[in-house]
Write a protein that binds this ligand. Structure first.
Ligand SMILES: [Cu+2]
Length: 187
């Protein structure tokens, strides 16, 4: 129990850190940018990427001549520009991916989507809970000092779970005793 809690807390922290470190910025279409000229294959472009939560995609284009519309899957497939979820028009639109699954973008200018100016940014959903940490992408010296800073993450964890129990003043002494036991136990 003790070890499991601590391990879990460390894994969660590690996963959060890796997520920040791993955040990548992608220029949609690379050097070509966001355009309907030159038959840029955005499907192929996206297929070579491994999009993760926290990644940012940048759409660069000549602002009056293109835009970026976030749309549903059906609208993406049909190149339907009538009711976008969101529209970006600056010519240098930076969008950070915060949710898993498909993120469909098309150009809203007439005929552009049909000409291939559409892209599907997909962050796969089949990721496991950080319990079985990503060993492949873990840096060689991650901060996993199970001896160095004993109990720090797990104490925090416990403090939170005690708060969630909504301890009444009458039970406070009992709670403190329980906490002390847990803290001493973790040493
Ligand atoms: Cu366009």
């Amino acid at each position: 129990m003790e070890l499991v809690e601590r391990t879990l807390a460390i894994h969660v922290l590690l996963a959060l850190m890796l997520q920040v470190i791993d955040a990548t910025v992608y220029e949609v279409g690379d050097a070509a940018g966001w355009t309907n000229v030159g038959n840029v294959n955005y499907k192929k472009w996206a297929a070579t990427k491994n999009f993760q939560l926290g990644d940012t995609v940048i759409f660069e284009y000549n602002a009056p001549f293109h835009n970026v519309m976030r749309v549903t899957r059906a609208m993406y497939r049909a190149c339907n520009t009538s009711a976008p979820v969101a529209t970006y028009t600056t010519g240098n639109d930076s969008i950070t991916i915060r949710t898993r699954g498909h993120h469909y973008f098309i150009c809203g200018k007439s005929g552009h989507c049909e000409a291939g100016q559409k892209v599907d940014i997909n962050v796969p959903r089949d990721h496991q809970v950080p319990a079985s940490s990503p060993s492949a992408s873990t840096p060689p010296s991650p901060p996993v000092p199970s001896d160095k800073s004993p109990g720090q993450p797990s104490q925090k964890n416990r403090a939170m779970s005690l708060q969630e129990l909504k301890i009444s003043p009458g039970n406070l002494a009992l709670a403190m005793a329980a906490l002390a036991t847990l803290v001493l136990g973790s040493a």
